[in-house]
Design a binder for this molecule. Sequence first.
Ligand code: ZN
Length: 228
Amino acid sequence: MHQKARNKSLPFYILISFLTIVYSCSSSKKIVDKAIMFNDEREKLTLEYLSDRYGLEQAEPTIIPRMIVLHWTAIPTFEGSFDAFERPKLPVWRPDIKNMSPLNVSSHFLIDQDGTIYRLMPETMMGRHVIGLNHCAIGVENVGGTEDTPLTEEQLKSNIWLVKYLAKKYDIEYVIGHYEYTNFEGHELWLEKDDGYRTKKTDPGEKFMGDVRKATKNLNFKQVPLKQ
Ligand SMILES: [Zn+2]
């Protein structure tokens, strides 16, 4: 009788320890603030971008987040990736997008290969990371995405955690991979004025997006519109 009771209680303890592990994993993530330069020059260039690209005349370069766009930097190190976003003005090696605006590219978050989440700028300031949608999109960049530095399991977990964190804070309707952005042409959120301004993107990969979507299914984000 006693023997039986002990056996019965065993799965309960296993369950409790399992839940403790799950709970401590999901709550142990934190965000490390490491700001890129957001000085007067960047503010001015961002306001010009909002006006020139989207026809939005604003007093502050702010956004109301409705979308999260996931990326990879295609740069193998954190330092190299951070450096690419740090300065307010585009470097000379980006003539492809420089004609459209001298504002440097940036992203709200940068996730290192070990899964550490860095916040580079306030979540409600506009970053330049996706044509057409910057006025409503929070950008999440991941270090890597080259042949030698594919995105890691730790990065996947951190992206999932961050999407959940942001969805709690804002009315996020869409979570998309950068490679899906042109599907929004013709959508009410699409504001880019120049039909010739497009870049071809593959980041952060379909498999990675599929895994993020599976893990955030219960948040009921809207489906990416079909390409028109
Ligand atoms: Zn990208």
